[in-house]
Design a protein around this ligand. Sequence first.
Ligand SMILES: NC(=O)c1ccc[n+]([C@@H]2O[C@H](COP(=O)([O-])OP(=O)(O)OC[C@H]3O[C@@H](n4cnc5c(N)ncnc54)[C@H](O)[C@@H]3O)[C@@H](O)[C@H]2O)c1
Ligand SMILES: CCCCCCCCCC=O
Length: 516
Amino acid sequence: MSRELLVVQRARKSFQTGKTKPLEYRIHQLKNLRRFISERQGDITEAVRRDLGKSENGTQLFETLGLEGEINLALEKLSEWAAPRMVEKNLLTISDEVYVQPEPLGVVLIIGAWNYPWAITLQPLVGAIAAGNAAVIKPSEVSSHSAKVMEELLPLYLDKDLYPVVTGGVSETQELLKQRFDHIFYTGGSAVGKIVMAAASCHLTPVTLELGGKSPCYIDKNCDIRVACRRITWGKFVNCGQTCIAPDFILCEPSVQSQVVEEIQKCIKEFYTDNPETFEDYGRIINQRHFKRLMALMEGSTVAVGGASDESQCYIAPTVLKDVTGDSKVMKEEIFGPLLPIITVSGVDEAIRFINEREKPLVIYVFSQDNKLIKRVIAETSSGALLANDCLVHFTVSALPFGGVGNSGMGCYHGRYGFDQLSHLRSCLIKQLKMEGVNSMRYPPHSAKKLGWARFFMLKQVNVCRLRRMALLATMAGLAAFLVQVKEVKYPNSVQRGDCVCPPGMKVEAGSTKED
Ligand SMILES: NC(=O)c1ccc[n+]([C@@H]2O[C@H](COP(=O)([O-])OP(=O)(O)OC[C@H]3O[C@@H](n4cnc5c(N)ncnc54)[C@H](O)[C@@H]3O)[C@@H](O)[C@H]2O)c1
Ligand SMILES: CCCCCCCCCC=O
């Protein structure tokens, strides 16, 4: 029996005891996860420093801050998310109790990626715990130091049976994928995404695939190019460009290309000094394989800024490539590194065409002062998300579903979306055994008359909230009528002043008329 099988069996057995059902239990585990992050911040930052060369503050900003926010939100909203959700009814079901009851799915497999090894792996876990699932956590072997810390320290805080950490590489992941799960939440590249989905299909297991792709960034020539380039420089070169939602390439008109290059060059210097190699907030390429891949991607393109590298250090300077074409090597795959190609287009029409000729990206960035142009790009393209005049920050908005479409993925998470993604939204309808006569319209023998009634009853939607409001109004009107009647009986000669009923002779102060 493999270790992976044992772990999954143990998680399932523990899940089947029903201990994750009470919200108090989930809250307790979420609080423990939050405590893990705060008490083990030092271990986390040290691991990320060794994996990706990130600074301590950088790790807090990009890895754990968002995680804390997601946990806090889940703690605050859990009872609301988990409560029955009333829905609109038709006339046929008007007297029934009709609602959606979120329920846990069972055992979830979370497969993380290496680029933000904590945020990417533990954020889905927040949704899994909140929704009442067990979860097998498989961190990426590529960010090995983070994986080790996760394996050693997380079980000190969370229930070991319900939330086990399984480390290992491809063969361990494939062994895990042979097991039966109730959901697989995968983050990583599209090629492995297909392997995951194929494995999931053997057990009819639903999947969430958080993939990547080439996210375009269009700069309108009439925008504030200085500010645009500042935000793009930040979004692109943070974590050495190893960010799923980094702007992959720039599209702009030829007339602004040199200004874009100049502004980005200034920002690189401002953010990372003249020598990013020794600057603590500029990290490293994850490993030699990716270093070589990135160096090869640059071949055939003109370097406008940067270009320096050191293989022994896995260092590649923030680099801008100009006059790149759609056929260049660097445009053949997601870059996922600190190379920023600029492709010139004649305007927004060509930019939209360029985007639509390719796979649907995880995000499209547009920098423009013209709201109509932004809305046009939204209307005429498709992507996981669209961000105008900034980069990355949509990841921080828990109220927005985070995920891709088409080649950039399926399903989404963050906030309530993470809870819903890892819940079964169960339809519940509770009818009474009374009023059987109403049902004859749907029982045989079928007649045109019965069909007519069925059409009326089934197609008439009833907005329950509106109905409740109307009932409330009716009750209030009834109450008002009753009060007026009482008044008529008690004070037959009373007068009415605005909203106030006054017995005869009583004086009404503050601007109102006095009784004569
Ligand atoms: N959408 C998002 O939220 C998001 C976030 C981070 C990264 N990404 C994407 O992830 C990609 C980078 O990650 P990566 O793929 O290099 O990460 P990776 O190499 O860490 O692989 C991801 C996971 O897949 C497993 N894996 C790898 N090969 C496998 C195989 N043959 N069979 C089974 N499992 C296997 C690994 O163990 C790992 O846990 C980029 O495309 C990036 O855009 C997406
Ligand atoms: C402060 C902005 C935080 C942005 C974090 C981006 C994380 C991206 C995950 C995908 O790689």
